[in-house]
Design a protein around this ligand. Structure first.
Ligand SMILES: [Zn+2]
Length: 681
């Protein structure tokens, strides 16, 4: 079978990549089946061992198990996210519950847990290294949180819940994608008033991809619709696009997500109760840096009042601008970005369209690489290698001594086969248990693809996204641990955005912008005046940005902290929450519940959306550590950052890791300053 199925063969091509050319979708199901059987046999052997448990025959054996399943899964999830198809979606629907069942059985394997628990009780006398002790404690926590200590009936119910949640998560993501795919606003030349050249070119390409050659299409991908809302002078069309955008997942029919959400929330609540917690948020945060929903909520509440007050001042300014232009209407949500852009232009004379020619994709990639060179001594060499899609590119990464660090793959352009958003993922994670295994890390983005022969130009937000995802990539690439469980980004959710959000700061340093923001036609650097304006606009419209985010974070925590998790009416809950918050009616949540993929498609951020802001407290405070030295690339600070954050995986409790880097826990002041929210509410 292994000979016929390239997924089960050893991946022997260069860099340990699979042979993409030979992999067919129909290989996945049999490969998953075989890999699951193999992993189960490994687990049974560990659990059924007659030998007394020790670290090597139990924990290390677990760490060595399931490698084939890992390979097949990693590749599958890369494709399911970045280059999917009806056939892949079908496999996804089939294997999601199988995988859930498999890992449930693993975590609920009583003889296996007995061995882990026995080791855990004796951990002080086992003569473990600090890393081994951490691995053992993490296994014990994971098994306990999965219900390993519960009776059979409770465990059976937990298993059923997990399987159902896996299917619901898949359905949720596919429903959003279906709504995004099925909607496009096809426009004629006459409808493009206000759109700059890059937006016209992107709309032309999007129409062509949909078989409407010579016309222009606005789609529901964030970069398409947000650009349109920012620039289009056609209020009627802005309303149409905005209305479709925020209605994703609640259009009735087969792709409506409201029922899916209600069931997910009910099942999560039930699971938390079975595990001895009052609600899902309590359960979730117990294993995070925040530890309790009250701690997370304290931070959000601290920011909310200031953000809303600031957003209201911003709204008044936009309303004034409308009046000055002779408009006789109240600012609506589909107007905000458009008038904010006008005000930005008026106040800072900054035109996004004037900025874009200085932000080519290739230069921004080079800028991200140069930052990594100056901070961590890394170098990047482009290599020509067959990948899963022609738009994906690869680089070999080496350290200052010329040692192999890993492989980095960047897949930057939007296409209909790609889920929306931007993310980092991996085909292989770093570890040293099976030899010096170096990682294969991907960044997947949705930047608008330029017409053939023209360079890809980014907005400043796009460039920031590129740096953000590259920060995650470095967290994977620089990882330096022995055990796979602790590798790279496998840290608490409210800590995992520190390396990515922190990295965004370097994009805004003059050292990097001056060198890499160059006009794509003339090669001239971005003029100092324009650069100053870019930096001066950093706090512009931050009331809006903070409100649209923080509302989501609060709604998420409240949604998952309801004492009665069942009987959720999604519409009514969202309305009620926003009313309670006195949400400015001119601002919509950044992600409304029916398309809030962070919470429901996979669910990694459920009761955890607050973590972006939690991490922002960390990243603002961490960047201050560099500013305090007067050098954005201070070597001693960079070394501590690498040792305790980027290379450290999950070696330590996050609060301890941060304290080792910074010498103390973070303060919230740098965040408020960064967002311009230091004025009292
Ligand atoms: Zn991120």
């Amino acid at each position: 079978m292994a000979e016929q199925n390239p997924l089960l063969a050893r991946w022997t091509s260069a860099h340990g990549l699979p042979s993409f050319g030979e992999v067919k979708v129909e290989h996945f199901r049999p490969a998953f089946d075989a890999a699951l059987v193999a992993h189960r046999a490994e687990i049974d052997a560990i659990a059924g061992s007659k030998a007394a448990p020790d670290f090597a025959n139990t924990i290390e054996a677990l760490e060595r198990s399931g490698r084939q399943l890992n390979n097949v899964s990693n590749l599958f999830w890369v494709l399911a996210g970045a280059d999917t198809s009806d056939a892949i979606e079908e496999v996804e629907r089939d294997v999601s519950p199988l995988l859930a069942r498999h890992f449930n059985a693993l975590y609920l394997n009583a003889p296996l847990f007995e061995r882990i628990h026995d080791l855990y009780r004796r951990r002080d006398s086992l003569k473990l290294t600090a890393e081994q002790r951490r691995v053992l404690e993490r296994y014990h926590t994971q098994f306990t949180r999965a219900g390993a200590g519960l009776d059979q009936a409770a465990q059976d119910r937990l298993a059923a819940i997990s399987e159902r949640l896996a299917s619901l998560g898949t359905a949720f993501g596919q429903n959003v994608l279906a709504d995004e795919k099925s909607w496009a606003m096809v426009l004629e030349e006459d409808d493009l008033a206000g759109l700059p050249d890059f937006a016209r070119a992107a709309a032309l390409a999007a129409a062509q991809e949909r078989g409407q050659k010579g016309k222009y299409a606005i789609t529901l991908s964030r970069s398409s619709v947000e650009t349109f809302l920012q620039f289009s002078a056609r209020r009627d069309l802005r309303e149409k696009a905005f209305t479709a955008w925020i209605a994703r997942g609640e259009n009735g029919g087969a792709s409506d997500n409201r029922g899916v959400v209600a069931e997910i929330v009910a099942l999560r609540g039930e699971r938390a109760k079975l595990l001895g917690y009052d609600n899902f948020a309590d359960y979730k945060l117990a294993d995070q840096m925040a530890k309790t929903p009250a701690n997370a909520r304290k931070l959000l509440d601290n920011v909310w009042g200031r953000a809303r007050a600031r957003a209201e001042r911003e709204r008044d300014e936009l309303q004034k601008l409308i009046a000055q232009e002779g408009g006789n209407f109240a600012l609506a949500p589909w107007d905000w970005r458009y008038y904010a852009e006008k005000l930005r232009k008026a106040r800072y004379d900054l035109d996004e369209a004037e900025l874009k020619p200085y932000l080519t994709l290739d230069n921004m990639i080079a800028a991200a690489f140069e930052t990594a060179r100056r901070l961590f001594g890394l170098s990047f060499k482009a290599i020509d290698i067959a990948l899963y899609h022609a738009d994906a590119r690869a680089w070999e990464v080496k350290d200052a001594a010329g040692n192999d660090v890993g492989l980095f793959i960047g897949d930057y352009f939007a296409r209909t086969s790609k889920h929306s958003g931007a993310w980092m993922t991996s085909l292989r994670d770093q570890e040293k248990l099976a030899g010096n295994i170096r990682p294969i890390i991907l960044n997947v983005c949705n930047f608008s693809k330029p017409p053939p022969g023209e360079p890809a130009l980014l907005s400043f937000d796009d460039a920031r996204t590129l740096f953000h995802e590259f920060g995650h990539a470095l967290h994977g690439l620089l990882s330096d641990v022995t055990y796979p469980l602790l590798s790279g980004t496998s840290v608490a959710n409210d800590f995992v955005e520190l390396p990515s959000q922190l990295y965004e700061h370097w994009l805004e340093t003059p050292e990097i912008l001056k060198t890499y923001a160059k006009h794509y036609k003339t090669g001239t650097p971005m003029p100092q005046a324009l650069l100053d304006k870019v930096l001066a606009t950093r706090t512009f419209n931050q009331g809006f940005a903070t409100v649209e985010y923080t509302a989501c974070a609060i709604v998420d925590l409240d949604l998952h902290a309801r004492p009665k998790a069942d009987s959720l009416d999604v519409d009514q809950f969202e309305k009620h929450e926003l009313a309670k918050l006195h949400m400015p009616p001119e601002i919509a949540m950044r992600h409304r519940i029916p398309h809030f993929g962070h919470l429901f498609a996979g669910g990694g951020y459920a009761a955890g959306y607050y973590s972006y802001m939690w991490s922002e407290v960390l990243d603002a405070d961490a960047f201050e550590a560099f500013e305090e030295t007067g050098d954005h690339f201070d070597p001693a600070t960079a070394k501590r950052l690498k040792d305790y954050v980027y290379a450290a995986g999950n070696l330590r409790d996050p609060a301890e890791a941060y304290t080792k880097f910074r010498g103390r826990l973070p303060s919230v002041e740098p965040l408020l300053k960064k967002r311009g929210l230091t004025e009292a509410a």
